[in-house]
Design a protein around this ligand. Structure first.
Ligand code: GDP
Length: 198
């Protein structure tokens, strides 16, 4: 897919105020510093569409970008646990869970994980939450340039294997990316394009 236009539309923390356009929407989420802003800029070939920063938790809003005038790319805040009940039950920030549960235009979530790391509890918990809410998602491995080419696929497979040892019967689709060398860009955009054309 060629990116012909990428425009910032709005930021908010309330799903009810998200754009009304009935066009497909794809949401990117992950822990702070996972490389989300860099990936969004790499995908859209815009230097600073999403704000990159070493400062964790900077993007605290739901940011909508309209791509090629026919789909939304959504930059979601990094997730974290919000402790809600007296029993200290852990849940995710309310506006993130509301976004995924209520946003009808959402086609697929992309959960970003750093390819160098073993599965982290918060990522596993979030994916489990998506699964139990029947929200389609894919895993996007980031920073693949940090590994030697020979071990990239092995590391991804070992991550997916660990998912299968948990609650998952089937691994979600995955993409291996690097914002430094544009690895995975075409695959991810073609995946989105394929769904948009269905
Ligand atoms: P965000 O907090 O998830 O939006 O992460 P950023 O995109 O701001 O990236 C966090 C840090 O990781 C920055 O120092 C980036 O330069 C670095 N980074 C992001 N993506 C990559 C990548 O693909 N390769 C490498 N080597 N570094 C990356």
């Amino acid at each position: 897919m060629k990116i012909t236009s990428a425009e910032f539309v709005m930021s908010n923390s309330n799903v009810a105020q998200c754009p009304k356009d009935a066009i497909p929407e794809y949401a990117f989420i992950g822990r702070s510093n996972v490389g989300k802003s860099s990936l969004i800029n790499m995908l859209t070939e815009r230097k600073s569409l999403a704000k990159t920063s070493g400062r964790p938790g900077k993007t605290q809003l739901i940011n909508h970008f309209k791509i090629n005038n026919n789909w939304f790319l959504v930059d979601l805040p990094g997730y974290g646990y919000a402790r809600v009940s007296k029993k200290d039950k852990k849940t995710f920030q309310k506006y993130i869970t509301e976004y995924f549960q209520k946003r009808k235009q959402l086609v697929c979530g992309f959960v970003l994980v750093d390819i160098r790391h073993d599965p982290q509890t918060i990522d596993l918990d979030f994916m489990e939450w998506l699964g139990s809410n029947e929200i389609p998602f894919s895993i996007v491995f980031t920073k693949a340039d940090k590994l030697k080419p020979g071990v990239i696929e092995k590391q991804a497979q070992s991550y997916l294997q660990k998912l299968l040892e948990g609650v998952w019967e089937e691994a979600p689709p995955h993409f291996i990316t690097s914002s430094s060398n544009r690895m995975g860009r075409e695959e991810l955009l073609e995946y989105i394009d394929g769904i948009n054309k269905e």
